[in-house]
Design a protein around this ligand. Structure first.
Ligand SMILES: Nc1ncnc2c1ncn2[C@@H]1O[C@H](COP(=O)(O)OP(=O)(O)OP(=O)(O)O)[C@@H](O)[C@H]1O
Ligand SMILES: [Mg+2]
Length: 275
């Protein structure tokens, strides 16, 4: 069974899309078969892979509207596959509201194709609306990117309430995988304090290492690439490589490295376990 991970936080601009793209690219380098799902009508993930949502033959909106099979909308970009978004997805949000079983539309749509992949990463929009509920219902776990600022914990509390509702009503097996601290500035005490507070308050796991704030992240999407391809030796790429490695090892998709080296490059760190 593939792992389906929703990357969610209703707060805007905290690094959801960057986390999906960077983790996806890092996982693909380990030989993991990755599908990215752009569940945000802003289509930022689609753009950051260098695709133009305006000229695509089909997008997630067509799939949710049952006009197109998911297979036909999935596009290959390098070693990543993506189910792209377009602005039409905003209309899907409205159309879904009047549909029976609306929470399951995404889960049903991707069900026939996910066995082709080891990990599916869903980029949720910055809201707790029906699209995000669809993302959580289709997932088996949630990864929460967190920008450590004052009051960040309030957003996490609301998200955890939504996750509890999803567990109660539509996806009882949904787990919280943990937090990824994004745009982290280790030099200030404030960031560390906010992270420690959220960790203790909600008993959530925090993935190591934190992802540092770096201008390399802003440059990468403009070049249609992830940080992993754009700046492979940057500390940002190293952080996402390490988190991706942890996720893939814990999911039983790759074997752990025989010995740990301090070098951030894990590309030789283990073989793919055939599934
Ligand atoms: N570690 C980082 N250091 C510096 N800039 C970053 C980092 N991570 C992301 N960014 C930048 O922050 C901005 C917001 O990131 P991103 O689009 O990933 O957030 P998001 O949560 O997906 O936003 P939205 O809620 O609008 O979907 C982008 O310009 C991105 O390039
Ligand atoms: Mg985004």
């Amino acid at each position: 069974m593939p792992r389906v991970i929703a990357v969610a936080n209703q707060k805007g601009g905290v690094g959801k899309t960057t986390t999906v793209h960077s983790l996806g690219a890092a996982l693909a380098r380990y030989g993991v078969r990755v599908l990215l799902v752009d569940l945000d009508p802003q289509a930022c993930l689609t753009y950051s892979l260098g695709l133009d949502p305006e000229t695509m033959r089909a997008s997630l909106h067509d799939v949710l509207a049952k006009r197109v099979h998911a297979d036909l909308a999935i596009t290959r970009v390098g070693d990543l596959s993506i189910l792209p978004a377009s602005i039409d997805l905003a209309a899907a949000e409205v159309q879904l509201m009047s549909r029976t079983g609306r929470e399951y539309a995404l889960a049903r749509a991707i069900d026939p194709v996910i066995s082709d992949y080891d990990i599916v990463l869903i980029d949720c929009p910055p809201s707790l609306g029906i699209l995000t509920i669809n993302g959580l219902t289709a997932a088996d776990s949630v990864l929460i990117p967190l920008q450590c600022e004052t009051l960040s914990h309030r957003g996490v509390g609301q998200l955890l309430e939504t996750i509890a509702d999803v567990r109660a009503f539509t996806q009882p097996d949904l787990e919280v995988l943990g937090l990824v601290a994004t745009m982290f500035d280790a030099r200030t005490r404030h960031g560390r304090e906010v992270l420690a507070d959220v960790q203790i308050r909600y008993g959530l796991r925090v993935f190591e290492p934190s992802v540092p704030r770096s201008v390399r992240f802003a440059e990468a999407p403009a070049a249609g690439r992830s940080i992993i391809d754009h700046a492979p030796s940057s500390v940002g790429a190293a952080a996402y490589n390490e988190i991706a490695h942890t996720i893939a090892v814990e999911a039983g998709i790759i074997t752990p490295a025989p010995e740990h080296s301090d070098a951030p490059d894990h590309s030789d760190a283990g073989g793919v376990v055939p599934i």
